[in-house]
Design a protein around this ligand. Structure first.
Ligand SMILES: [Zn+2]
Length: 198
């Protein structure tokens, strides 16, 4: 079981081009990120370490995701997002463009985009109550898959390939409080999160 002490620290190798993003409409992404932040599903722990992130597919398997260590910021703008333009799960590597490097949990998002072409948006939240109530009741990744590791990425791919009817929710067994929600667009992903908390 991980603790949250290392939440937010990048565990993958990456190439990062510090640059302003290409012209991508981030309005919906920012809108939902703010809603999730207000609901404390994305945010920060008392020690200041941020948690949670949000992404949407750009072209093919490329995606835009909130930047590393932005969970604790009340308001995000385009400068807080990064475009992951290439990744290799086996090599635990990605390449990104943005004013910040991509979120430490980007490879979990990458695993889902790569496996399910119909998915265009992914939200990663933290919530202890939801995690406790859905652990092993909804699809749950392996308990040895700590966040941000290839083990987790491959555990996610296993689940996605096995599930016949995909609820669009994966409880992260090795990442306490962590849940991934994915859908064909950002609105459906966001609404799915709020339907979970009722
Ligand atoms: Zn997390």
């Amino acid at each position: 079981m991980t603790t949250n002490k290392d939440e937010g620290y990048i565990k993958f190798n990456y190439d990062w081009i510090p640059a302003t993003l290409p012209n991508i409409d981030l309005e919906e992404l920012i809108f939902w990120r703010q809603k999730l932040y207000q609901a404390k599903l994305i945010g920060s722990y008392p020690n200041g370490i941020g948690y949670g992130n949000i992404s949407m597919r750009y072209q093919e398997n490329q995606f835009v995701i909130s930047g590393s260590a932005t969970g604790n910021l009340a308001v995000l703008d385009a400068s807080h997002f990064a475009l992951v333009d290439e990744f290799d799960l086996t090599k635990n590597w990605l390449s990104c463009i943005g004013n910040l490097p991509a979120s430490s949990e980007s490879l979990s998002h990458a695993a889902i985009y790569q496996t399910l072409p119909q998915v265009n948006s992914i939200i990663h939240i933290h919530n202890k109550e939801l995690w406790n109530s859905y652990l092993h009741k909804l699809p749950t990744s392996g308990t040895d898959g700590e966040f941000g590791t290839p083990t987790l990425a491959f555990s996610l791919i296993d689940i996605l390939k096995k599930e016949k009817s995909i609820p669009g929710i994966i409880v992260m067994g090795g990442h306490e409080e962590g849940i991934l929600i994915y859908a064909s667009d950002i609105i459906q992903a966001g609404e799915k999160v709020f339907s979970l908390i009722g």
